[in-house]
Design a protein around this ligand. Sequence first.
Ligand code: FAD
Length: 441
Amino acid sequence: MKIAILGAGISGLSLARFLIEGGVPAQSLHILEADSRIGGLCQSKTVEGFTYDVAGGHILYSKDTSVLNWMIEATGGMGAFEKKQRNTRIRFEHRWVNYPFENGLGDLPPQANFDCLSGYVRAWHKRMVDRSSAPRDFGAWVRWRFGEGIAQHFMDPYNAKVWKRELDFITSDWVAGRVPDAPVEDVLRSSVGIRTEGYTHQSIFYYPRQGGFQAIADGIASTLHARVRLRTPVTEIVQTKGGWKVNGEDFDLVVNTLPLTDLPRIIQGLPAAVADAMRTLEYNGLVSILVALERREHPDLSWIYLPHEVQGPTNRVTYMSNYSPLLAPKGKSSFLCEVTIPGGSPYPGGELEGDVLAGLVAAGLLRRDEVLFTDRTNIRHAYVVFDHRYAERREAIFGWMDEVGLITLGRFGRFEYDNSDQCVIRAKALAQELIPRLQRG
Ligand SMILES: Cc1cc2nc3c(=O)[nH]c(=O)nc-3n(C[C@H](O)[C@H](O)[C@H](O)COP(=O)(O)OP(=O)(O)OC[C@H]3O[C@@H](n4cnc5c(N)ncnc54)[C@H](O)[C@@H]3O)c2cc1C
């Protein structure tokens, strides 16, 4: 059996590791990667001693402890990690508001606190009386769930920055299981100033001591180097009688982790309806901007959200150098700013850095004279956008893939809002499914 794994991101690398751990001969695996480095969205970059994650700030946490431990072990064990307590805030004018927003109402100016609380209670009461189910439009869902005050003061402006679309263009499907419901008592407590904690599933996280999040991909790949072909873009996939030809080379089995939107120009003979479904999947790209700072002092924060337009185009800032002292030179610190762009649109020019810095200054986060330099990475696929035709398109795509036996995995190979641990969970499940099949020959 000769198996091609397309892409050396965390999904492709983990799949290869699980297959080998399950007894599949390593020589039968061939990982084809376009880039000159492994890691995909988990890559990190170091510039003048400052390290940052290229696809926005990443942290390691998982509800699946066996997968979490597997990722930690692959990276060199717990000693290779910093264990951190999540400390996140929302920047609201010049105040720090506890995160999630509904757990921080008491930090707001009095009028905004009142607007948010009264809206929340009205929405909660209406849900209790109507027993209504969650609306499918995201904008309507925000009001159903949080009420008008939280919508206007936080959710609308923040989500407009992230999604770059009208909120009802998006469905509420992606929030299921992602936005835990705060008990109404917690929201009441937070409004009168009693601290409550939300999103406890990620309150502790891990981060590699050295090398950025990339260290995890490097750890997983450490036994796979002979199997990875770097600088090998997949440009053509053709189905043959017994399997597939990838770039003209025969394989018995192919596992794709490339973005589905790229496949119409790579797979030959794709049915028009499937090609159309792939091409029209909605997504957002990302510009990640490292801001290297002269100063040492940094509030002890993990990351913050910037919901307002005056704070510039950035929606999230990671206090990168707080994750590990080895991410910045001694006595210096760094921010990592994320700016989303609609998928497939041109990347903003050099003026973006100026706008980002001006926004951070307006938000009271830095002074211009503290900035040593900025560095940017453009990311083509960052966020899946769950529009109203998302499910229908995926059904057409996966129906055809199942029919022809083309396996697909990964955040953009499946177009799922998956974190790296979920990619590993899916890779493990796929390996468990494939191993008996491969052993039968
Ligand atoms: C803003 C942001 C924040 C995130 N935060 C977190 C977090 O805090 N914690 C966490 O665990 N996860 C986080 N994630 C998710 C995590 O980055 C992804 O789930 C994971 O990296 C996806 O891995 P993958 O292998 O599925 O895809 P990718 O990493 O995209 O890998 C696909 C690979 O295919 C390669 N490729 C593409 N085209 C070709 C071609 N034609 N030929 C050959 N190779 C090709 C690419 O170069 C890449 O290496 C975040 C993601 C984003 C965007």
